[in-house]
Design a protein around this ligand. Structure first.
Ligand SMILES: *[C@@H]1O[C@H](CO)[C@@H](O)[C@H](O)[C@H]1NC(C)=O
Ligand SMILES: *[C@@H]1O[C@H](CO)[C@@H](O)[C@H](O)[C@H]1NC(C)=O
Ligand SMILES: *[C@@H]1O[C@H](CO)[C@@H](O)[C@H](O)[C@H]1NC(C)=O
Ligand SMILES: *[C@@H]1O[C@H](CO)[C@@H](O)[C@H](O)[C@H]1NC(C)=O
Ligand SMILES: *[C@@H]1O[C@H](CO)[C@@H](O)[C@H](O)[C@H]1NC(C)=O
Length: 496
């Protein structure tokens, strides 16, 4: 009788959209964090000051809860415990970032901080001793302050300085690290160069600073990729890419205006960064170049606010990847722009408004809703636009305020992974790995500690920063172990 009921449940689950596909044997699972969000020890043992230290100390009012990452989850001291959490879920890899200022306090190679090198060596060795592969993000937003004082990513000198920094990491860690991410989310980091009140480094140059930053980042990424291939690859043989973020943009209606606004949105928010690297022809997307050039002229500039690549630079950047790193969280409906935003600005250049459907499930973060089918559509877009590259999901996750029994997060992971399997098995998208964001609750930038993204809870009022398993960590562990999405989470699923 019980057996009969169970198979009935499975049948219903199937009707509700649960896929019965299994993850391929070589598919790898892990979890991600970033240095400033978890490490703490902001001025410990020779670490230099970075732009997030500066922003949080000078402008606590820019953070929802007036907080900072001085201690954060204290992972600098608790990394062994973090590795045990990864082991508990059965992770194959851990994606973490290196704090540039911890290794190079001045930002440049004249001072190498041995304590910083030791910390990452210890973390890497602890991971490997527990059967977990390190995936290292070279830059996850915490730019050394002395480099920002010279203009940071808007000054072209940063390209060579970044390559020097990356070389230090390959020399010290490349014998054991086989997965490298040069830059995390240039689309989000470059927002720091558009407004004086917000994201570090908080430079007020909308429609200008962000494009200068993107230009340097793409050149620095490509130069690092070629340097690694030339100087290290024969010995180290690691895989390298960058992590690009994108939501899916669904036209609000089937009107030509809405469909075109969705095309503009994805080309400006993803294509701007991806097209130079992953397309056959390289360079920024034509749609993006043309719009910024025209608007710049209309605004009285003598040249486009988007810098131009030379022919040599276009071919230098094209193809500098071993996989496509994708961070994905949510989907928006898209319609034409909002007349209040005249520019110059990225938003006025894109001329697309982002809205949510009221029926979509809410999350702890008002800027994101739960839309699993959007993930499948985005994976298909990348497959079609860039000739089906191997895609590595470098971040995916949700803010759920519930401290321990995080049923929203369980719903999110099971449904997003289900759509990812559909993209792989029904649509032929080549997805090779998946990192949950995040391993532990952490400092969520301008939201401080008000948004919890962890599989494990961190008590930020406890000096011990005690970690506790949430229910979602058990479900994720089950998925990794069984290589399937448990169907029981689909019974009460709403239409999303
Ligand atoms: C799903 O697949 C598993 C193993 O591949 C199988 O045992 C089970 O019967 C399948 N369930 C459904 C509902 O097809
Ligand atoms: C690099 O990625 C490819 C898949 O794109 C994989 O076959 C290979 O094993 C990876 N190399 C390493 C060192 O992990
Ligand atoms: C747009 O057209 C497609 C295909 O005909 C349809 O599936 C979809 O529901 C339509 N979307 C809207 C918002 O009307
Ligand atoms: C978590 O909450 C769900 C829904 O309210 C409930 O069914 C489940 O028993 C709870 N789990 C635990 C471990 O408390
Ligand atoms: C967090 O730690 C504080 C201090 O140790 C304790 O009073 C509180 O109950 C803890 N909160 C949770 C949710 O465990």
């Amino acid at each position: 009788m019980k057996k009969y009921l169970l198979s009935l449940v499975a049948l219903v689950a199937n009707v509700r959209g649960h896929t019965n596909h299994s993850f391929p044997a070589n598919f790898i699972f892990g979890a991600a964090t970033a240095s400033y969000q978890v490490e703490g020890a902001w001025n410990h043992e020779g670490k230099g000051v970075n732009i997030w230290d500066t922003l949080t100390h000078d402008h606590p009012d820019f953070m929802t809860d007036l907080s900072n990452g001085d201690i954060a989850a204290n992972s600098y001291f608790k990394y062994k415990e973090d590795v045990q959490l990864l082991k508990k879920i059965g992770a194959n890899f851990y994606r973490f970032s290196v704090s540039w200022s911890r290794i190079l306090p001045t930002g440049q190679t004249n001072v190498i901080n041995q304590a910083g090198v030791d910390y990452y060596n210890n973390l890497i060795n602890e991971l490997l001793a527990n059967g977990i592969e390190p995936m290292v993000t070279i830059f996850h937003w915490d730019l050394p302050q002395p480099l920002q004082d010279l203009g940071g990513m808007t000054n072209k000198f940063i390209v060579d300085i970044f390559v020097d920094y990356a070389r230090v990491l390959f020399v010290h860690f490349g014998d054991r690290v086989k997965w490298w991410i040069t830059f995390n989310e240039p689309a989000v980091f470059s927002i720091g160069y558009t407004t004086a009140r917000g994201f570090a480094p908080s430079v007020n140059a909308p429609g200008i600073g962000n494009y200068l930053a993107v230009h340097s980042i793409l050149l620095a990424h490509a130069k690092t990729y070629h340097m690694y291939r030339r100087e290290f690859w024969a010995k180290q043989q690691g895989n390298m890419s960058l992590a690009l973020n994108s939501r899916w943009f669904e036209p609000k209606t089937n009107s030509t205006e809405d469909v075109q606004s969705a095309q503009r949105a994805i080309q400006f928010y993803l294509g701007l960064y991806a097209h130079p690297i992953f397309s056959q022809e390289g360079d920024y997307p034509k749609l993006v170049k043309d719009r910024i050039a025209q608007k710049s002229l209309d605004e009285g500039f003598f040249r486009s606010r988007l810098p131009k690549f030379t022919k040599e630079q276009i071919s230098h950047i094209r193809g500098t990847f071993d996989f496509f790193g994708l961070n994905h969280y949510t989907t928006s409906l898209t319609t034409v722009g909002n007349t209040e935003n005249q520019g110059p600005s990225l938003e006025a250049d894109v001329w697309a408004q982002r809205l949510f459907d009221r029926s979509w499930k809410e999350t702890g973060d008002p800027s994101r809703k739960v839309v699993p089918w959007g993930f499948r559509k985005l994976l298909n877009w990348i497959k079609n636009e860039y000739n089906n590259p191997p895609v590595f999901i470098t971040e995916n996750g949700v803010s759920d305020p519930t401290e321990f029994n995080d049923t929203l997060r369980i719903h999110y992971y099971t449904h997003y992974l289900n759509e990812m399997l559909n993209a792989m098995f029904q649509d032929g998208c080549n997805v090779i790995g998946y990192a949950a964001w995040s391993l532990i609750d952490n400092f969520e930038w301008n939201s401080g500690y008000t948004q919890r993204f962890g599989l494990f809870h961190v008590n930020f009022t406890d000096p011990e920063r005690t970690r506790t398993a949430k229910e979602s960590s058990r479900v994720y562990a089950e998925i990794i172990r069984t290589r399937q999405i448990p169907a029981r989470h689909f019974h009460s699923a709403s239409q999303d």
